[in-house]
Write a protein that binds this ligand. Structure first.
Ligand SMILES: [Mg+2]
Length: 349
């Protein structure tokens, strides 16, 4: 099954946010083969990633055996080393990798989840994210509870530290009082803070509310800060949605930066890398909860690779059109079991 063409589209679905998630947003990669099968993947990096694929990756891959996924990954990684390693080039590579995995599943006529495990689980609990501002949670808490979610993540990125510490703690207290003790809560600072001492203080203040994790409380590159914090914080530290490749996660691991990893399969280097990141987590007792995990590409991996307590982030509203999965009663499952990732993205081209 040899590669005959690689095509890239930059869709602009309704509701796509402004900022980097719009301009550097998702790309759709199609890989055609001489078997007549085409595979589809989603990467990131917008038009810049399309340029990387068309100019740098496509010439490397034309004529290659599409089933040599791991070898092709290394070939692309090496070819982009001078400007890649992290960021846009790896986001581009992620879309290519996922399209190759889609092809591997289609060629074997099984789902990607079943390629990865003979016994993938049928579904996984999902969590819903509610952005907070001031000391009152927005109506999202009610939306999450009404939809049956038993796990809710609070977006805290609009608070400044240490200035807003008191109002932040008061807000989380109100949420815990409202949802009661049986709803799991986590918190996400989305890299908005940078003062590690202030973060430790807020973690100590939030510990009484039984948070499952505190996510990205520092910029992604402050590995020293993360290592300092992870060794002291009473709330487990999560991160990695802006880390790339298993090599990158190995560095986080070596420094002891987090208790929870959140790789994004469409950014971190695709399934080839996410598999290795899961293996790192398993071996070294770090939980893996993929970013946007209930979107179809991540969901196949979670259902197959998570041996402990699976959990899937509920996904982005502007990615709903991709389909391939159902979310109901606070749980995510695949929609049927089509071959590959089970979604047809041919209409994007
Ligand atoms: Mg996050």
């Amino acid at each position: 099954m040899n590669i005959t063409d690689i095509r890239v589209a930059c869709p602009t679905p309704p509701g796509m946010p402004t900022g980097w998630r719009g301009t550097m947003g998702q790309i759709i990669v199609a890989i055609d083969t001489d078997s007549g099968l085409s595979g589809y993947g989603i990467g990131g990096g917008g038009a810049a990633a399309r340029h990387v694929i068309e100019e740098a990756l496509r010439p490397l891959l034309l004529g290659a055996d599409a089933d040599q996924i791991e070898e092709l990954w290394e070939r692309q990684y090496r070819a982009t080393l001078a400007y890649g390693r992290k960021g846009l080039a790896i986001m581009a590579l992620s879309g290519v990798d996922l399209a190759l995995w889609d092809l591997r599943g289609k060629a074997a006529d099984v789902s990607v989840a079943r390629l990865l495990s003979p016994t993938p689980t049928a579904d996984t609990p999902a969590y819903f994210t509610v952005g907070m501002a001031g000391d009152d949670p927005d109506a999202g808490i009610g939306v999450a509870l009404d939809a049956g979610y038993e796990t809710i993540k609070l977006g805290l990125g609009r608070f400044s530290l240490p200035a807003d510490a008191d109002v932040l703690v008061q807000g989380v207290r109100k949420v815990r009082q409202r949802v009661g003790p049986d709803i799991a809560l986590m918190a996400d600072a989305a890299m908005a803070w940078s003062d590690r001492e202030a973060v430790l203080e807020i973690s100590q203040a939030l510990a009484e509310f039984d948070l499952g994790w505190l996510e990205e409380p520092l910029p992604a590159d402050d590995l020293e800060g993360y290592a300092w914090l992870a060794g002291r914080s009473p709330v487990p530290i999560a991160g990695g949605e802006h880390e790339f490749t298993a090599r990158g996660f190995s560095e986080l691991l070596a420094r002891g930066c987090h208790q929870v990893y959140q790789p994004d399969i469409c950014w971190c280097g695709g399934l080839t890398q996410l598999r290795q990141i899961y293996a790192l987590g398993r071996t070294h007792n770090v939980r893996v909860v993929p970013h946007r995990g209930s979107e179809v590409f991540g969901l196949h991996a979670i259902l197959a690779l998570e041996a402990g307590a699976p959990l899937a982030e509920s996904g982005r509203p502007w990615m709903e059109w991709v389909g391939g999965r159902e979310l109901s009663g606070g749980r995510a499952r695949l929609q049927g079991e089509g071959a590959g990732f089970g979604v047809d993205l041919s209409a994007c081209f």
